[in-house]
Design a protein around this ligand. Sequence first.
Ligand code: BJW
Length: 260
Amino acid sequence: MAPRWQVGVSARAGLRAGCQRAETMAMPHHRIVILTGAGVSAESGVPTFRGPDGLWEGHRVEDVATPEAFARNPRLVQGFYDQRRAALGRVAPNAAHRALARLDAQWPGELLLVTQNVDDLHERAGSTRLIHMHGQLKSAWCTACDTRHRWEVALLDWPPCPACGTAGRMRPDIVWFGEMPHEMARIERAVMACDLFLSIGTSGNVYPAAGFVDLAARAGARTVELNLDLSMASQRFGESRLGPAGELVPAFVEDILSLC
Ligand code: BJW
């Protein structure tokens, strides 16, 4: 399907003015918040959650990605996350991750990339202004002493916590259903203050992330969705553009940076 992207005259003028102000006054006037979901990593070979080849292999993610499922069958859940952590070594950032890293490096105003993804492809592409709101595969959380540790290896054999030494209490540092996503106060402040809210590759099924577009729109931001298909949230965006992130995101970033 052809892209449906249009930049309105006033939006263009606003962005250009923002870039100029950011340069001449050395202070950022244009604030961008980007939300990414599984679709941004799909072209790297990381499965999405709710597609036909859904990540949890026949299980609804809502049924298995819960603290209750972990309590019922910890070996199954630890093993599943161990496999996905190991699989990160076999995937690489794609053109969409690289374009967002370029935007991060070259955008003179404020920018925050909020990812729902637990892979590390944004940081490997070079993004630095980044929050992993649903946790990270390469982090483990000790529920005995409430510390988090960078983690590259398996958790299935219940290693002791590097901080408190307790064995059997390290779990994947992943936000499951019913748990509070990370850094919500900081994210909501940024969303409510942004001029441009951009959502990439997310189905809009999971809250609070799916509600950010409403917060941004209420605050007067321009809201843009880049997604393969129409999502649950499409109607709430000012603009949608349909296609693969690996094509749409570099074109979008080029457009934004060309206004500076
Ligand atoms: C492409 C593409 C390509 C494909 N290019 N695009 C009733 C109403 C409202 C809310 C609730 C409710 N009952 C319960 C809740 C809350 C609950 C919730 O939202 N439930 C829903 C099921 C209704 N949420 C929570 O519990 C959250 N916590 C919470 O709410 O705390 C309380 C709170 C209150 C107030 C403020 C703040 C907090 C926690 C949610 C945790 C989600 N965790 C997971 C982790 C799974 C573990 C794992 O990794 O294994 O996060 S679930 C899973 O879904 C994962 C993802 O980050 C998340 C979102 O999925 P995403 O990224 O959108 O992926 P898909 O697969 O759904 O979509 C991919 C999209 O890409 C598709 O649209 C494709 O078309 C597209 N695409 N290829 C571009 N090449």
